[in-house]
Design a protein around this ligand. Structure first.
Ligand code: SAH
Length: 216
């Protein structure tokens, strides 16, 4: 691709994000910095700037950029925050968050995806991302509590351990609902006395699956 058409595609990419509701400055700046093409392989890399989910290894998907943007913006991340992500996948969402947050902990049940993402984070010099292979529905009790938690796979309900590992005044953004029916993206705010839930929009994510994957 020529430099010119690459620049044009990137401009169009940012324009599409804005028209789809991603308006937060920090989020847009982070997404301008991280090249989605770095997280895709072969023919799919050429389609990195399309606002589409695309296949990655292990039968999983890299999320649609506008959804990455809307989730990042809904999290209201700031530079002091420690963020936990469940569902590393390609690593793209973690890389976007790492532009804004102090540290990002990201966990996936597929060790192969975690290894691939680590290589990309190293290459891009993203030293503030810590990766783990495991079942993220239990969270990461060693590192808890978190200022922010993002889940990029759908559970029927917000997993209890994740609610417990959220700080007071902390925010969690996640899709909930059955995988093959309609899911809702929700935002959970932990208050002094409990949790407040807000429905953001319908979405479609791969399911949150129990246990470490053994089929890599
Ligand atoms: N955030 C990713 C997209 C993730 S797709 C990106 O930016 O590319 C959802 C991911 O969640 C998949 O990689 C899947 O393996 C992972 N996943 C599903 N259930 C999980 C669980 N219980 N714990 C950790 N990861 C899980």
């Amino acid at each position: 691709m020529s430099d010119e058409s690459l620049a044009e595609r990137k401009m169009q990419f940012l324009f599409t994000l804005r028209t789809r509701g991603v308006t937060d400055k920090r989020t847009l700046a982070a997404m301008e910095k991280v090249d989605r093409g770095d997280f895709l392989r072969g023919l799919f890399a050429e389609r990195a700037y399309e606002d589409m989910p695309l296949p990655i290894a292990c039968g999983q998907t890299i999320s649609q950029p506008s959804i990455v943007g809307l989730m990042t913006q809904a999290l209201q991340v700031d530079p002091r925050h420690r963020v936990l992500e469940i569902g590393t996948g390609s690593g793209y969402q973690a890389a976007v968050l790492a532009q804004i947050a102090r540290r990002v902990y990201t966990i996936d049940r597929h060790p192969r995806l975690v290894k691939d993402a680590e290589v990309i984070f190293d290459r891009l010099g993203l030293g503030n991302i810590t990766t783990f292979a495991g079942d993220g529905s239990h969270g990461l009790s060693d590192q808890a509590p978190f200022d922010r938690i993002i889940v990029t796979a759908a559970a029927e309900d917000p997993p209890g351990p994740l609610l417990a590992q959220l700080k007071i005044n902390g925010i969690m953004v996640l899709p909930v609902g059955q995988s093959d029916t309609v899911q809702s993206l929700i935002r959970v705010l932990r208050t002094e006395t409990g949790y407040e839930y807000e429905e953001l929009r319908p979405v479609r994510f791969v399911p949150l699956v129990e246990g470490l994957a053994r089929d890599d």
